[in-house]
Design a binder for this molecule. Structure first.
Ligand code: PLP
Length: 400
C-alpha cells in the first residue's frame, strides 16, 4: 500500500495550529498573563436571535414523528428549497444594488457545510495536470489543498505596489485561478474593472476562477460582492460563499457554492460534474443549519447579522486608529474584518509575532504564514470582543 506522498510536501502543520501551539507555550511559561487573541478569524458574537429561533424550531421539528427530516432531498444536492430560494433572493439584492441584470438559478447553488469544504471538494473536478495560480500572500488552505493533490502552483505577487490586488499580465500562467475578495489576509477588495480583467483573462485562456467570497457581506459601497456582477464571469468562474463570517456560523457550519450552467470545459458542464461529485462524496449540511442560514437571509435576520458585523467593524476602527496613532503602515479593515500591517524596521514577521506575544500578550498572525509575500507583515482581526480589542491596542501603545 502506498500513501498519498504529496502530503509529505506539506508544511508540518496548518498555520493556525502552529500559532495556537506557540501561544499555549507562552501561556504555560506565563500563567499569570491574560493573552488576547487577534489572530484566527473566528467570530465571538452570539448568533442572531432570528437564527436561534429558526434553529430551535428546526430541532423541535426533528423531535416529532410528523415533522421529522432525514437526509435532505438529493434533487438539489441536499440543499432545501427554502434555503436555495433565500440564497437566490440574496443574489438578486446584490445584482440589483450593482445595477446588473443577472440571476442565480436554484440548480446552480450547492449548499455546503462551509467554504473550506467546498474549496477542497471542487478540486475533484480538475485534472492534477492543471497549473494553479495563487496570489501571494494567500489564505493557506488553497495552497495546502493543491499540494495534497500534487498540482503545480505558481504565484502572482500581491504587494504594496499593486495595492495587494494583483492583475494578470501576458506572462501570467495557470488554469485554475484563486481570487479572494475581500481578501484574507490583506483585506484588499477588487474593483469591478479589476475583476473584469481577470474574467477576460480566464475566458481568453479557458481558465477557471475560484472566487472566494466568504467576506462579501463586509463590502460597503461600490465594490463588487460577487464575481457574477462581472460580465462574462458565468463562463469562467465558480463562487464560494459562507455563513461563517456573515452570520457567525463558524460553529454552526453552512455555506454555498455557485457553479453556473454556462461553465463548461472540454465540452463538459462543471455544474453537472460537481453535482455528480457531491452526490457521491457529500450528504448535505444539517437541516438545523440550513434553517438557521435561511433565517439569517430573511429581512429580520439580515438586520440582526448586520448589527453583529457592525460590532466587528467598530473593532476594526479601534485597531486602525491605534495603529495610525503608533505610526504603523497598514491596509484593510475598511471592507474587511482583517487589518494587514507592516512590521516595524528590524523585525521579521516571526520576530514581530513573538515580540507581540511575549511582550504584550497579544496573539497576532505573522504575515509569512500566508506565503513569502507576507514576510514583513502581520495580520490582526476585528473578531475579538471590543473590550479585548481596546486592551490589545492599549498594550501595543504601552509597548511602542
Ligand atoms: N475562505 C476564506 C478566505 C477564509 O478566511 C475562511 C475562514 O477563515 C474560509 C474560506 C472558510 O470558511 P468556512 O468557515 O465557511 O469553512
Amino acid at each position: 500500500m502506498k500513501i498519498n506522498s504529496n502530503f509529505l510536501n506539506l508544511h508540518e502543520s496548518y498555520l493556525f495550529v502552529k500559532i495556537e501551539a506557540m501561544a499555549a507555550e507562552c501561556q504555560k511559561n506565563h500563567p499569570e498573563r491574560r493573552l488576547i487573541k487577534l489572530s484566527i478569524g473566528d467570530v465571538t458574537r452570539p448568533l442572531a436571535p432570528t437564527v436561534v429561533k429558526a434553529m430551535k424550531k428546526a430541532v423541535e421539528e426533528l423531535a416529532s414523528e410528523e415533522t421529522f427530516h432525514g437526509y435532505a432531498p438529493d434533487k438539489f444536492c441536499y440543499g432545501y428549497d427554502f434555503l436555495l430560494e433565500a440564497i437566490g433572493r440574496h443574489y438578486q439584492k446584490i445584482f440589483l444594488s450593482a445595477g446588473v441584470k443577472e440571476q442565480i438559478e436554484t440548480e446552480e447553488i450547492f449548499v455546503s457545510d462551509g467554504a473550506k469544504s467546498d474549496l477542497g471538494s471542487l478540486l475533484d473536478l480538475f485534472s492534477k495536470d492543471n497549473t494553479v495560480l495563487l496570489p501571494d500572500p494567500v489564505y493557506p488552505a488553497y495552497f495546502d489543498a493543491n499540494v495534497m493533490d500534487g498540482r503545480k502552483i505558481v504565484f502572482v505577487s500581491a504587494s504594496e505596489e499593486n495595492g495587494f490586488l494583483p492583475l494578470p499580465s501576458a506572462k501570467t500562467q495557470g488554469e485554475l485561478i484563486y481570487l479572494c475578495s475581500p481578501n484574507n489576509p490583506t483585506g484588499a477588495v477588487y474593483s469591478r474593472e479589476q475583476l473584469k480583467t481577470w474574467v477576460d483573462f480566464a475566458r481568453a485562456r479557458g481558465a477557471v476562477i475560484l472566487f472566494d467570497a466568504a467576506y462579501e457581506a463586509f463590502v460597503k459601497g461600490e465594490k463588487p460582492r460577487s464575481i457574477f456582477e462581472i460580465e462574462g464571469a458565468r463562463e469562467c468562474a465558480i463562487e464560494i460563499c459562507s455563513f461563517s463570517k456573515t452570520a457567525g456560523f463558524t460553529g454552526v457550519r453552512c455555506g454555498y457554492t455557485v457553479v453556473p450552467k454556462e461553465l463548461r470545459r472540454e465540452g463538459v458542464s462543471l455544474n453537472a460534474l460537481f453535482r455528480r461529485r457531491q452526490t457521491t462524496k457529500f450528504n448535505g449540511a444539517s437541516y438545523i443549519a440550513q434553517r438557521g442560514a435561511a433565517a439569517a437571509l430573511s429581512e429580520q435576520g439580515a438586520r440582526e447579522t448586520a448589527l453583529c458585523r457592525a460590532y466587528y467593524e467598530n473593532n476594526a476602527k479601534i485597531i486602525m486608529a491605534g495603529l495610525k496613532n503608533l505610526g504603523f503602515w497598514f491596509t484593510g479593515g475598511e471592507n474587511s474584518p482583517y487589518i494587514w500591517g507592516k512590521c516595524p524596521k528590524g523585525f521579521t514577521s516571526m520576530s514581530f509575532f513573538r515580540c507581540l506575544l511575549e511582550e504584550a500578550g497579544v496573539i497576532t498572525t505573522p504575515g509569512c504564514g500566508f506565503g513569502q509575500g507576507g514576510e514583513g507583515y502581520f495580520r490582526l482581526t476585528s473578531f475579538a470582543k471590543t473590550a479585548d480589542t481596546i486592551e490589545a491596542v492599549e498594550r501595543l501603545k504601552a509597548l511602542f
